[in-house]
Design a protein around this ligand. Structure first.
Ligand code: PNW
Length: 477
């Protein structure tokens, strides 16, 4: 580690970007406004409302489709330098294909982008944050490889219309999370139960789609637009229970992060060998003639390798790992051969999966840096859930502790972290948890049609941090 003075250790480097994040389905509302098409979250919330804990939907959500000027005001007041938001595919292409473009959708994002830039805030745009046009789900959704081509066509529309002003692009948000939407019929949209099969098919299509988009940008836009393209991958730190469980956590990492990162960011390319070996062998034991893990050709391995200008990383929490087998047959969990649990001493949040383990953040950043040659990493999400309220002391602590760990990774360990957007700018539709779990740094009153936004204590502390570009003394040990 480098020798750094105490002041530097708690200060953000020059050029480091600070801001906040949202996603289209979680905040926009306007689910059928002005020519928007139906997407898989519209379908799930309308047709299977019992899958959402409070039977709610994103039909209106924060109504950011109509109130985006309010969101930009919040960002401006905080001194945010960057806003990460996502584009609703079906708002731009109502039927998923690029033959019909909804001009009202283009106008909406143009207005948002222009207003951000007028206020000195950079847009960081996610192309896909889980709201697939229903018409593409009707073709099978992500397990159907043809979506790798349709995604490229969608992305081209985005580069054409917005690429003159958007310089940071994320192709996909958390493919790890949405591949699991194909592993249970009580899970996220499309909520299809084909574990150990459709999840791998989804990963395969998404990796090809990502590479297609990156290469198309290189060929058609990069020279003129000079933007950067990456993908946002999430992973939880895995803490081995004993020294005998280190390999189990390594496999956890490769099955959940390496499965995407290795093809794109490693020198070698392709899926991690441990993933290939285990899924092939276990598939055969289970009586499958064809491995459940699809194969890349050697041309595809080369085509995919290096398709990033930076990597997006969403970090929330940690798990404990132990050698052993759990999960049905077939399943990715069984393939990985590890047992996952939580340390009861880790502080809780409102989300069952989210415990507060800030040291896991620094460890994860180091792991990524070591494994893939220290790529530029943008922290695209990090945040904490509670049940609401303006006095969100636990969220304040979550942010200050995680930012301190991130700064150690930067200054002491030399990890190349280039930006950070807090999840989330506003309380919003938290997927299957509806409005019951709150991640916002601004409170939103969902009973008031005007959806008023109010800064929580955490927004005030982050404002101070964004403006001073350091961690305030009172949060230092
Ligand atoms: C992210 N995990 O999902 C998503 O990108 C956001 O849309 C979401 O609102 C936010 O985190 C909070 O849930 C995650 O189990 C879901 O570690 C699950 C995990 C992490 C992130």
């Amino acid at each position: 580690g480098a020798d750094v003075d105490n002041e530097t250790l708690v200060t953000f480097p020059d050029g480091f970007l600070l801001g906040a994040a949202t996603a289209s389905y979680q905040v926009e509302g306007g689910w059928d406004a002005d020519g928007k098409g139906v997407n898989i979250w519209d379908t799930l919330t309308h047709e299977r409302p019992q899958l959402v804990v409070d039977h709610s939907s994103g039909d209106v959500a924060d109504d950011s489709y109509h109130l985006y000027t309010e969101d930009v005001k919040l960002l401006k007041n905080m001194g945010a330098q960057v806003y990460r938001f996502s584009i609703s595919w079906a708002r731009i292409l109502p039927e998923g294909h690029d033959n019909i473009v909804n001009q009202a959708g283009i106008d909406y994002y143009n207005n948002l982008i222009n207003l951000l830039l007028d206020n000195g805030i950079q847009p960081l745009v996610t192309m896909y944050h889980w709201d697939l046009p229903q018409k593409l789900q009707d073709l099978g959704g992500w397990p159907n490889r043809v979506l790798a081509t349709y995604s490229e066509n969608y992305a081209r529309i985005l580069f054409k219309n917005f690429g003159d002003r958007v310089k940071f692009w994320i192709t996909f948000n958390e493919p790890l999370t949405f591949m699991d939407a194909y592993t249970s019929d009580t899970g996220m949209a499309p909520s299809i139960n084909a574990p150990g099969i459709a999840d791998y098919l989804t990963a395969h299509t998404v990796i090809l789609a990502h590479a297609n988009i990156y290469r198309m940008y290189e060929r058609e836009f990069k020279e003129e637009q000079q933007g950067k393209v990456g993908i946002a991958l999430n992973i939880q730190w895995c803490q081995p229970e004993t020294s005998d469980d280190v390999d189990a956590c390594d496999r956890y990492y490769q099955f959940n992060f390496g499965i995407f990162a290795h093809p794109i960011l490693s020198e070698e390319g392709d899926y991690p060998s441990v993933v290939k070996e285990r899924v092939d062998a276990i598939s055969a034991q289970e009586g499958f003639t064809t491995s459940r893990l699809p194969k890349f050709t050697s041309e595809e391995v080369t085509f995919i390798k290096g398709t990033y200008d930076f990597m997006g990383h969403n970090f929330y929490t940690a798990v404990m790992g132990r050698e052993g087998v759990e999960g049905g047959s077939p399943s990715r969990s069984r393939d990985s051969g590890m047992i996952q649990f939580l340390d009861p001493s880790w502080p809780e949040s409102a989300s069952s999966w989210l415990r507060v383990v800030p040291w896991g953040f620094r460890n994860t950043l180091n792991r990524i840096a070591n494994e893939y040659g220290n790529p530029p990493i943008f922290i695209t999400e990090n945040g904490f859930s509670d049940y609401g309220g303006l006095n969100d002391t636990n969220r304040v602590l979550y942010y200050t502790e995680h930012l301190k760990e991130m700064l150690k990774a930067i200054h002491i360990d030399g990890v190349n972290v280039i930006g950070y957007t807090a999840w989330s700018l506003v309380d919003n539709f938290e997927w299957l948890r509806g409005y019951s779990e709150r991640f916002g740094i601004h409170e939103v009153n969902f009973n008031d049609p005007s959806r008023p936004r109010t800064p929580k204590e955490s927004a005030k502390v982050l404002t101070e941090i964004f403006q001073t570009r350091k961690i305030p003394d009172r949060f230092l040990d």
